[in-house]
Structures are given as C-alpha cells and as structure tokens.
Write a protein of this length. Structure first.
Length: 421
C-alpha cells in the first residue's frame, strides 16, 4: 500500500477572513478557561476577581481607540455589533431611513435588505471603478428621515479605505448618527484618534486581530443613546445582555495591546511584502489587474484579477500547494454570483469571477512570498492554457451576463476535470 501523500506546509494568505490566535493571546486566555472560571457578575470574591480582569481588558481595548472604557461594549462578533448599531439608531431616533454603500459586508447588506423588506428606506451608495466613495454622494443621500449612515472603514475584499472621519463630520453637521464597520482596520491602521472624531458607533471583531472567534466590540461614543440589541441581564452596563465571554474578552484585550505595538510592522514590513507580491506578479503575468485604488488601501490586502481563469480553479490549485487565499468574503463562500463588491466597481461578471484576494499579516514572511511567487505564475499559465476564454480566443469578456454564466459554468467543469485527472 502507498502511504498517503503528506500535505504541504500551510502558507496562510487569507488574514482578512480570520487570523491565527497570537501565542500571547492564548497564554492570557488559559487561566480563564481553567481555574478562573467564576461569573464576573457574582457577589463573592471569586467572581469579583474575574470582574477585575474584565475591567482590565476593557481598558486595553479602549486604548486601541483612544476612548474611555465606558465607551466599549463587548459583543459576540462584528456582525452583532453592526446589527446592534443600526437597530439602536432606528429605535432611538424613530426615523426609518438608512444610508450605506453597495460594497458593505454581508452583516450590513443582509440586515438592510431585511429592513427594506419591512418598511424601512435604504440608500446604497455606488463606488467608483477604483472602489472609492464620493463625499458628495453621501451628503446628497442624507434626508430629513435618515436615522443613521453606516459606511465601512476599509473594504474587506479590496482593502480600499473610505474617508470615514470626514463622513462622520458631515453627518454631525446634518444631525445624523454615523456608524462604521471597522472590523478590518485594527492593527493595520492607527485608530487611537477615533475619540477625537465625530464617529458615533464603531464595530470590531476579535478574530480579525489575532484574538479568538466569538468576541466583538461595539464602541458607542459618550452620550450616544443606545438601545440593547441583545436583551437579558444587566451586563455591559445594561447595554448588552448575556454573561460575558471572559476568556475571549481577556484575549481580545491582549490582542489590542499587541495590535498597537505592531502598527509600525504592519505599515512597513507587511506593506512591503504585499507590494513585492503584487509587483512581481504584474511583471511575470500579462492580463492581470489589481482591484482598488493602490495608494488608498489597507497595507495587507491585494485583490487581483487573473483574466481568463476562474478563481475557484486557482484556489483549488493553491490549496494543493498549501497556500490559503480566497475569492472574497468568507461569509459569502459558495455563492455562484460574482462578488457584489467587484460588481459595484464595474467589473464584468467574467473578470469578477477571476479575482483572488490575498491578505497578509504580521506572521507572514519573505519565505511565504517567495513560495507563493514560485507557485502562482506557472499555475496561472497552466490554467489559461486549458481555458477556452484565453487571450487569443474570439470569445472574451464582451458578452452578456447570462451567456457569461453559461460559458463559465462549462469552463469550470472542464477545468475541475482536468485538475482531478
């Protein structure tokens, strides 16, 4: 019998989907999964001791935003924080209109879709071909009945940054609440000036900054009215019911400390890794495009269109080489539709389906990039050689969406069959 083939070592380039738990974070969490298991709401000293560590973690997370601990509310995830912010704004203002964009995370997209079906008004702002957003469009969209403007700080697929602080100031002048989904930003850009901005509500998620899954944050600026989205006991000063996930919150506090300390590395070394990766692929492969304004992105994110190849075929072959990447948000994996973000940027269905997102972190090395650059160019050339939609084929990207879908489904089946031979 033949021994099973060993898997290649993992090179993880999908850090916008989730991140590894930092060893320092895991170490901080362990005591609260073992001996310090008391309920922080208990009256006895065993629980009160745990409550003290909860307070310390809140202070550390507050330092990440430069705010006060009282402005930090712990939640279960970024999605809950997003939903809570919008729901609270609708309840506290009594207004029924929301302004957002066409490129938000599904946490916002699906919630506003549901609200729209239930009688609320939603304006979804377009973006330019480079993924950027117009301040003038935001201003025009605000109405007398607008309860909240919710716009992400950085796009999870392209890394494009939006001018959220300018938008927040605009909203304040119009007397409208402003919320930003900032899930992708901690540790990548400095957020310690948030408290000086006009941002009313901000969402974060632990597993995007090397803390565990299952813990998030909602920042609510002082004097911002908040109606609890999760109703239960009096936890989180009555703003979010449910016994606190102490171990994960402690881990998030430690991750916040690490994120502040690693900002320089993210802005220099990690950015250099990303840029070297992109530039090398641009030099070695034709018909390749970087999505998103290149000088207005997170330092770790590269979204690349490999024309004439299906992203799913690329990802399957990358996986066989031990490289983890994605075709977009992990929350929409499995969808047959092209990315709503890339479609909003004007990419054709065919090109949108050729796009792969690579997202780097503090833990990536030059050796990771070297290996990826060794694997990817010949792999793309191989896939293009099998593709009836290669650059020399008369059928290129100038066909309608239904024809595109039919041809791409046939291409995908052919490519998968060839790969599996």
């Amino acid at each position: 019998m033949h021994a099973p083939a060993s898997r290649p070592p993992i090179i993880y380039l999908d850090n916008n989907a989730t991140t590894r738990i930092a060893p320092e974070v895991f170490e901080a969490m362990v005591p609260f999964l073992t001996e310090n298991y008391g309920n922080p709401s208990s009256a006895y000293s065993f629980g009160k001791r745990v409550e003290g560590h909860l307070k310390e973690a809140r202070e550390k997370v507050a330092s990440l935003l430069g705010c006060t601990p009282k402005e930090i509310i712990f939640t279960s995830c970024g999605t809950e924080s997003d939903n809570a912010a919008i729901w609270s704004a609708l309840q506290t203002t009594g207004k029924k209109h929301i302004v957002t964009t066409q490129v938000e995370h599904s946490a916002i997209m699906n919630q506003t879709d549901w609200l729209e079906k239930n009688g609320y008004g939603v304006t979804r702002l377009p973006v330019a071909a480079d993924g950027t957003l117009s301040l003038a469009d935001v201003e025009k969209a605000i109405r007398d009945d607008t309860a909240i403007v919710s716009i992400m700080w950085a796009n999870n697929e392209t890394g494009v940054l939006f001018p959220v602080e300018e938008i927040a100031s605009l909203c304040k002048k119009r007397g409208v609440l402003f919320h930003t989904d900032a899930v992708q930003t901690p540790g990548k850009i400095d957020l310690r000036h948030v408290v000086q901005s006009d941002i009313d509500l901000l969402s974060m998620s632990g597993h995007k900054l090397h803390a565990p899954k299952g813990v998030g944050v909602l920042y609510a600026k002082k004097r911002t009215k908040l109606v609890p989205f999760v109703i239960g006991g009096g936890q989180e000063r009555g703003k979010r019911g449910g016994t606190e996930n102490v171990a994960s919150i402690v881990g998030l506090g430690r991750a916040a400390e690490l994120a502040i300390g690693r900002l320089s590395d993210e802005q220099t070394r990690v950015r250099a890794l990303r840029d070297r990766f992109e530039n090398a692929l641009l030099e070695r492969l034709p018909n390749l495009y970087i999505n998103g304004k290149r000088d207005q992105r997170l330092p770790n994110t590269a979204n690349i269109a490999f024309d004439f190849v299906e992203a799913e075929a690329i990802l399957m072959m990358l996986d066989r080489s031990g490289i983890c990447a994605s075709s977009g948000s992990a929350c929409t994996t499995g969808s047959l539709d092209p990315s709503h973000v890339l479609s909003a940027m004007g990419l054709t269905p065919a090109r949108a389906r050729s796009c792969v997102r690579f997202s780097f972190s503090h833990y990536n090395t030059d050796a990771d990039i070297d290996h990826a650059l060794q694997v990817i160019p010949p792999m793309i050339e191989q896939l293009r050689a099998m593709s009836p939609l290669n650059a020399d084929h008369p059928d290129n990207f100038n066909y309608d969406i239904e024809a595109a879908r039919e041809k791409e489904e046939k291409l995908m089946a052919q490519t998968m069959a060839a790969i599996n031979e």
